[in-house]
Structure formats: C-alpha cells, structure tokens
Design a binder for this molecule. Structure first.
Ligand SMILES: [Zn+2]
Length: 124
C-alpha cells in the first residue's frame, strides 16, 4: 500500500538521511549531506526540472490521490442516483471531504514544485 514508511540511509555510515511516509514519487532536493559523517547522498526525491512530462503528472496523481478521486466519483454517483435524504447527506459529506483532501494534497505538492523550481534556478 502507499502508506508505508520509507527510510533512506546514508550509504557511508548508515545514519538516517530521510524518512517518508509513502513510497510515492516525491519532489524535493535530490541530495542531502549526512549529519553524522558529512557524505552527500541521494534523498530519493527529484527536482521538478529533472522529471519528464509523465513523471510530473505522476506527482499529482499518486495512489493516495487516485483513491480519493475514486471515492469522490462514487460519492457523486450515489448523490446523483439516490433519492433517500440520509444517503444523499452522506454522499454530500463524502464529496466535500474527498475534494478537501485532494485539494490539500495538491496544494502541498504545488508548494514543493515551486520550491524545487526556485532551487534549480538558483543553481544555474
Ligand atoms: Zn553518513
């Protein structure tokens, strides 16, 4: 599943370099300096500038987002097809909640992309 802990260790001393809570494609600094030994290692993330068109789409359609969009589609379907007031209320809550979560996730990723673009511009 997508909610799994990923730990990136320093290849030199084994100290923890990064800890992620999902295995999804991530935008961020590609290299980090180990706090323990000072060796520079890969973080497992990628700068926006180094991602292909498809990988960029993948940043915004990770498994968590796809699951939320599927729940959103189902909520809309229930809302449109049912006449029962209680079911419609639950469906409406589902629409609001899933839309909110997706927007929140996307907002965070847009911020990461903007930061990444600033970083790569500074390095040129
Ligand atoms: Zn190290």
């Amino acid at each position: 599943m997508f909610w799994r802990t990923i730990i990136i260790n320093c290849r030199e001393c084994g100290a923890r370099l990064r800890k992620y809570y999902s295995g999804s494609l991530r935008v961020g600094p590609e290299f980090a300096t180990c706090r323990k030994c000072g060796v520079v290692g890969r973080t497992g993330a990628f700068e926006w500038a180094n991602l292909s068109q498809w990988r960029r789409i993948e940043v915004f359609f990770t498994e968590d987002v796809v699951v939320l969009l599927a729940l959103l589609a189902y909520s809309v379907y229930v809302f449109v097809t049912t006449a029962n007031g209680d079911d419609r209320f639950i469906a409406k809550s589902g629409i609001v909640a899933t839309t909110g979560f997706v927007l929140l996730l996307w907002f965070g990723r847009v911020v990461e992309v903007l930061r990444s673009r600033r970083r790569t511009r500074e390095n040129q």
